[in-house]
Design a protein around this ligand. Structure first.
Ligand code: DGY
Length: 323
């Protein structure tokens, strides 16, 4: 008999067909969140769960007595209670690799949009405020040949470093738990302590996963250490930054600007002061949001799930649960 699995969000038809070759598939086919009761009832009989950032905590696991594997359709996995999974001996996987280049593209679009004030200028033209004559009101700052500091040199960090070095002729500095000699050799990236990186960089990209160690990694002290001309980009998780400290730094000119794909609370509240600041570019957490990449992520998550259910070690078990 095929194992039963539950897919907690819509997935592409090709991925569903692939899953059905190996599993009995039950699914939640709406983009609206599934209600607790329905979710818990679905979990009662399944051995596998595919989710995309949905909370997997002790309470949920207590309704899933047969669960063997949770397959997350995202690279970040701060939605998973790792300790609870470990205690139950449940495998959890994520989708690194499938989205690196796409997220790096998005990070560069934030860098460029913030430096060259693209959304502000777009609004100005649409509002009929484009005047001939003194055009200094339109000026931004250059990106090429500047210094880019990357905090978190994983695969996405490396894809950003490649774009910076080869495309924009930038100097690249990075801070990471461990040194990355291959990135240093390939892109001339220089390892820095966090304070050094903050003090030297023109653009600072935060790409670190959200863990206990990185929660609020960037706060008042770190913003104060940046250049007044610095542009800060966050495409990791909102909780890696002290958002109130960032708002203050942007309001009082401690730094020049910010490009943000993530927020402490998502969706961001319309009352969030960040939305009033012209020196901030905001996006609705869409780092991996292209059709090709989201399809590839869903297929990778399906493969991870099937490997786990069929007794093979999936290639993308989250680091904390690897043997
Ligand atoms: C992820 O997959 O964790 C990223 O947030 C994509 O945007």
């Amino acid at each position: 008999m095929k194992p039963a699995v539950f897919v907690a969000r819509p997935i592409p038809a090709a991925v569903e067909a692939f899953l059905r070759e190996h599993c009995e598939v039950r699914k939640w086919d709406s983009y609206e969140p599934i209600g607790r009761d329905r979710y818990f009832a679905e979990l009662a009989a399944v051995e596998g769960l595919i989710t995309s950032g949905g909370l997997v905590n002790r309470e949920l696991l207590s309704h899933a007595p047969k669960l063997k594997i949770v397959s997350n359709i995202s690279v970040g996995y701060n939605n998973l209670d790792i300790e609870a999974l470990r205690e139950r001996g449940i495998v959890a996987t994520h989708t690194p690799g499938a989205l690196d280049e796409t997220v790096a593209d998005l990070v560069f679009s934030l860098i460029l949009a913030t430096a060259r004030r693209v959304p502000e200028m777009d609004k100005l033209v649409r509002a009929g405020e484009w005047r001939k004559g003194d055009d200094r009101v339109l000026f931004g700052v250059d990106v090429h040949h500047k210094k880019l500091g990357i905090i978190g040199m994983g695969r996405i960090g490396e894809a950003i470093a490649r774009r910076a070095k080869l495309g924009f002729r930038m100097d690249v500095a990075y801070h990471n738990r461990s040194r990355k000699p291959e990135v240093e050799a390939a892109y001339g990236a220089e390892y820095r302590t966090l304070p050094e990186l903050l003090a030297e960089s023109d653009f600072i990209v935060l790409m670190t996963p959200l863990t206990k160690d990185t929660e609020r990694l960037i706060g008042r002290e770190q913003f104060a250490a940046m250049k007044r001309s610095a542009i800060f980009i966050n495409a990791s998780r909102g909780q890696t930054v002290d958002e109130q400290a960032m708002i203050a730094a942007l309001q009082d000119g401690t730094i020049r600007g910010a490009g943000l794909d993530v927020f402490e609370q998502e969706p961001v509240s319309p009352d969030n002061p960040l939305l009033q600041l012209p020196n901030v570019v905001v996006l609705p957490h869409l780092g991996s949001a292209t059709t090709e990449t989201r399809d590839a992520m869903a297929m990778l998550a399906a493969r991870n799930l099937i490997d786990g259910l069929e007794g093979r070690t999936p290639p993308n078990v989250i680091p904390e649960l690897r043997a």
